[in-house]
Design a protein around this ligand. Structure first.
Ligand SMILES: Cc1cc2nc3c(=O)[nH]c(=O)nc-3n(C[C@H](O)[C@H](O)[C@H](O)COP(=O)(O)O)c2cc1C
Length: 415
């Protein structure tokens, strides 16, 4: 990858000596590294080492003579900022938005479009403390990325999670974060469930949370793509820096898709929303159930009918995509055998003509929060790929969709 400017912040952890290895690897790989160290960090690793490895003097003080505007200048210079190792203290200071030292001021002045990466290192009790957990959650919400901590024996002799990740893992995470995609895709992701109004207050809906759609939006945004999340009002919100619009009903989603696909040339539509297949009507009466339900007397039973709606997936391409644009569909089965799942995926390909189908089965859902056992099926007989987590799925889709040649493109050139 091409060399980039990295602002490398070292804080006061016993793992600070391992940050030297990370800096050394980054410099050897051609990156330009400038180091900031907290006063506590200097108790663990000396300026001479950090300056020798990076080739530049170390910045320490917010009010250093001649360097008073470093908190602005350094973040503007950097393509990414790395805090390695990140102490519990620095995580919690940043999460509180404190700007009374150089690291805090750098964080607040940071251009949030650029990656800010934390590689934590601490005692397992500090890592699992609610204050630290809350700090990490807050920073994640603001778009900060975390390199996963390792588990095992820590410097203090305790065993658990909190060790600094291996230097090679940290270097790979940094390079992954600053990598520019070969092709910047305009991606529309639908997410969450539609609600069908029965009357003014009652709805028929489903249990979709929109978690997968939001996760995909976050991943594609971090990979440098231009993402719009079209989500149900009740679904997980878009991550920071991702554009979002909301819908409640099928009709709202339908008309938003019409407008957006007409106005913007999306390269990819990931249709992860759980769209209701039916609208509600009262049996024997024309039109929608609407307010009629509320006005009826409870003494006289009546029957709600389900009137099929057209599948939104079927009309996405006709509404307008960029040339070679691709559609990703989702197929959920419940307790299907492999043969039944394959048949369901095959039917979706032939009826709706998506380019990729993500199949998952309700009964195979894992217990871990991020587990998402699924299989990605490409059109035209490509090899299906199994994923275990939402991260796997996001990476697989992004890699696949990055490739210029799509099944759709080859179809188009044949016709
Ligand atoms: C020997 C020693 C090792 C420490 N190691 C860690 C550590 O690995 N992680 C951590 O969060 N704090 C650690 N601390 C505590 C921090 O150094 C302390 O919270 C400090 O104020 C952090 O300052 P900073 O975040 O500004 O660098 C350690 C302290 C000592 C004395």
């Amino acid at each position: 990858m091409s060399p980039c400017n990295l602002l490398f912040i070292v804080t006061g952890s016993i793992a600070a000596f391992r940050a030297c290895e990370v800096i050394s690897q980054l410099v050897q790989r051609g990156h330009r590294v400038r180091v900031v160290a907290t006063p506590s960090a200097s108790r663990f690793v000396g300026d001479a080492t950090l300056e020798g490895l990076s080739g530049h003097p170390v910045s320490r003080e917010l009010f250093a003579a001649g360097e008073a505007m470093d908190h602005i200048r350094l973040t503007r210079w950097a393509d990414a900022v790395v805090v390695c190792p990140a102490t519990a203290s620095v995580i919690n200071r940043m999460a509180a938005g404190l700007g009374d030292d150089l690291v805090g001021a750098l964080f607040l002045a940071h251009d949030r479009v650029k990656p800010w990466i934390m590689a934590p290192a601490m005692n397992p009790a500090m890592w699992s403390h609610p204050a630290t957990e809350r700090g990490v959650t807050q920073l994640r919400e603001w778009g900060v990325r975390f390199v996963s901590v390792a588990s095992g024996r820590t410097a203090c002799g305790e065993i658990g999670a909190g060790r600094l990740a291996e230097p090679a893992v940290i270097v790979a995470s940094i390079e992954g974060a600053v990598a520019k995609p070969a092709r910047r895709l305009r991606v529309l992701i639908t997410s969450g469930g539609t609600a069908e109004r029965i009357d003014g207050v009652r709805v028929l809906t489903n249990l979709s949370t929109g978690y997968t759609g939001a996760h995909l939006a976050s991943h594609f945004q971090r990979c440098g793509h231009d993402v719009l999340l079209m989500r149900a009002q009740s679904a997980v919100a878009a991550p920071p820096l991702v554009r979002e619009e909301c819908f409640v009903t099928y009709v709202e989603l339908d008309s938003a898709l019409d407008r957006l696909l007409g106005e913007e040339a999306f390269d990819v539509v990931i249709h992860a929303a759980a769209v209701g297949d039916f609208r509600v009507g009262i049996m024997g009466e024309p039109g929608e159930a609407s307010a009629a339900v509320g006005k009826r007397s409870s003494a006289h039973p009546f029957t709600l009918g389900l009137v099929p709606r057209p599948k939104l997936l079927d009309s996405l391409r006709a509404r307008g995509l960029a040339p070679g644009g691709r559609i990703v569909a989702f197929k959920l089965t419940v307790g299907a055998s492999e043969a039944e799942a394959a048949a369901a995926v095959g039917r979706l390909f032939s009826e709706s003509e998506p380019d990729l189908v993500v199949h998952n089965d309700l009964q195979h859902r894992g217990t871990m929060p991020d587990s998402f056992p699924a299989t990605v099926h490409p059109r035209a007989g490509g090899v299906p790929v199994r994923c275990a987590t939402r991260d796997d799925l996001a990476r697989e889709l992004e890699t696949h969709l990055q490739t210029e040649t799509s099944t759709l493109t080859s179809h188009a050139s044949l016709s």
